[in-house]
Unconditional design. Structure first.
Length: 587
């Protein structure tokens, strides 16, 4: 059994002096409006054919198509290569991982690999959208992999060859092998295609792409010079907390219809919006909230309300998962922004279950309209943990009060640990090589609890000598009001690729990053708020004057306010992670 603690924009306007020290100021307008002019149409790229690419003799790579794509908008001409890489070794049979690679006419000498989301099986990037849109414009050669199988993002049926018989090839590829093997092969393709060395290599992923980022950094520290990990699926144990939540949610007396969540959000904001010093419709640190769901239980004077069972469901959702000895297994969720692609989309579902007692409460083998969390929990427990497609998830031994049995935890770890990237000490070889890791996570993430990333970073700081030392190579940016990899009421559109480039290539570390919110979260709408994201443990602070929606009126001056916790943070599993005695300005 592994213990949880492995070691005990109007954005074009530059911020005023209140943001002195904000070394990485990148406006969304620049990213979306163009970084470089698109390369003019040129003669067709002569080597962009299957025959020419196969002649490069990249080991273990099969090329199935090559398309010379003409310039379009800001994007340059590029060669769109499709194929597969034979994955080899690690004590399991060979596999095959599909990939696309894009080789641009304006190649900048650099390589960028994107992570893929969910349980993989597709080639859609799960990464910072700003970075994805800018990659070709900047001249990056890019690649991505399906991680060794093809399936829907919440479908884990590929993990079994037959009941009780795991597909160790596909599991190993999903856990770590495919990303590394495709990285090696794609780099060789790029070097051979351009007949030049690659100057810098970067990885960019969010959600499962963030897990892939951490696995790359911890297992293969030489693969990339810099890595971006957003909302990382750090360890698959999050599913244990998902079982706890599902058991509580899935009874008629405790189920919370999505229509009630705006009322809950209103009460939460009334309770703790002002905790950061300004009432502005944004909770800077939900760990400092003291919201009690019992205050919403129905009384004669409170007709807009929850039943006691529904209030208990919220408590379960916010609470940590622990083992039988009381040790933290996974943090609970933050209290902020539960509706609008939040708890409603991920946990309760927008549509109530058809049959609360059925093996598949929403029908249709656990897929839509089931909540996304149920889809993941159901398939991971059935196909990866229990290896039984008929298993009822509610029989997995974790209670609604968040205690997992030793037997269930040991089984879970044994069958998923190879895919985790959460051991702080395993990042040391990456740090020793002076590589750079930029992490971000939305504080209102309804898919992967943001406090798990916080506790990981705090534990990493402990074994590296403190935040100042850690920040030489690893920086974390928490994003108030952002949901899973984007969305939410807070500023949630920002560039992470440019800050990483400046850090790796020029030694300019990001103290803060400007984020923007577009009206209704539609990128073609006007920007209605900007906000600096400060490096952890610092929290953005309003200067006290000017429009609260303008980043110019906020500061990232050194502070440690993100280490503060109140009842909601304690219930979620925080507390005891701060570094007593460190300099208040240890930044």
């Amino acid at each position: 059994m592994k213990p949880y603690r492995k070691f005990r924009l109007k954005t074009s306007e530059a911020p005023r002096h209140g943001l002195k020290g904000l070394l990485s100021i990148v406006t969304v307008t620049v990213v979306l409006g163009g970084i470089l002019a698109a390369t003019p149409a040129s003669a067709a790229m002569p080597n962009c054919t299957v025959v020419a690419l196969l002649a490069l003799n990249v080991p273990n790579m099969t090329v199935t198509s090559a398309t010379d794509v003409a310039p379009s908008g800001l994007n340059p001409e590029f060669c769109d290569v499709r194929g597969s890489v034979t994955t080899i070794g690690n004590g399991v049979p060979n596999g095959s991982a599909g990939f696309p690679a894009r080789l641009p006419a304006n190649w900048n000498g650099k390589f960028l690999f994107f992570g893929v989301g969910g349980l993989a099986g597709n080639i859609s990037p799960s990464a910072n959208g700003v970075d994805v849109r800018a990659s070709l414009v900047k001249g990056y050669a890019t690649a991505i992999t399906d991680a060794g199988h093809q399936a829907g993002g919440t479908d884990a049926s590929w993990a079994l060859m037959s009941p009780g018989v795991p597909d160790t090839t596909k599991l190993t590829d999903y856990y770590y092998r495919a990303a590394h093997d495709v990285t090696v092969a794609a780099k060789r393709l790029v070097r051979a295609f351009f007949n030049a060395d690659i100057q810098r290599s970067y990885f960019d992923g969010c959600s499962n792409g963030g897990r892939m980022a951490f696995v790359e950094a911890t297992r293969f520290p030489e693969d990339y010079d810099g890595i971006i990990a957003g909302a990382p699926f750090l360890d698959i144990r999050v599913i244990i907390g998902g079982v706890k939540n599902a058991k509580q949610f899935l009874t008629p007396s405790t189920y919370i219809p999505a229509a009630l969540l705006p009322m809950v959000d209103q009460a939460i904001y009334a309770s703790c919006d002002a905790a950061d010093g300004v009432t502005d419709g944004l909770i800077q640190n939900p760990a400092t909230c003291s919201f009690n769901p019992d205050t919403l239980v129905c009384t004669a004077a409170n007709p807009t309300c929850l039943t006691q069972g529904q209030a208990d469901t919220l408590k379960t959702y916010f609470a940590a998962t622990r083992d039988q000895s009381g040790r933290l297994i996974y943090t609970g969720f933050a209290v902020s922004d539960l509706h609008g692609a939040g708890m409603d989309l991920w946990s309760t579902g927008f549509v109530p279950p058809i049959d609360f007692t059925a093996n598949e409460p929403w029908g249709d083998a656990g897929f839509s309209p089931a909540s996304i969390a149920w889809q993941f929990v159901d398939h991971i427990v059935k196909f990866i943990i229990e290896r039984d497609p008929t298993f009822d998830v509610r029989d997995f031994d974790v209670s609604t009060d968040g205690v997992v049995s030793d037997r269930a935890l040991a089984l879970f770890d044994r069958r998923t640990e190879a895919g985790d990237g959460d051991v702080p000490g395993k990042l040391i070889p990456f740090i020793i090589r002076n590589k750079k890791l930029l992490i971000y996570h939305g504080f209102s993430d309804p898919a992967l609890p943001p406090f798990r990333t916080v506790t990981y970073y705090e534990d990493l700081a402990r074994i590296t000598g403190g935040y100042r030392e850690l920040q030489e190579n690893v920086r974390l940016f928490m994003v108030p009001g952002m949901q899973h990899c984007g969305g939410g009421p807070g500023p949630n559109v920002f560039d992470t690729l440019t800050p990483l480039e400046n850090w790796v290539e020029h030694g300019v570390a990001p103290n803060g990053i400007i984020a923007s919110h577009f009206a209704n979260n539609v990128l073609t709408n006007p920007v209605d708020r900007t906000m600096p994201l400060c490096k952890f443990p610092g929290q953005a602070r309003y200067t006290g004057t000017g429009n609260v929606n303008d980043a110019a009126n906020w500061t990232c001056s050194p502070n440690r306010r993100l280490l503060e916790v109140a009842p909601n943070g304690v219930e979620a599993g925080l507390g005891g992670h701060g570094h007593d005695g460190e300099d208040e300005h240890d930044d």
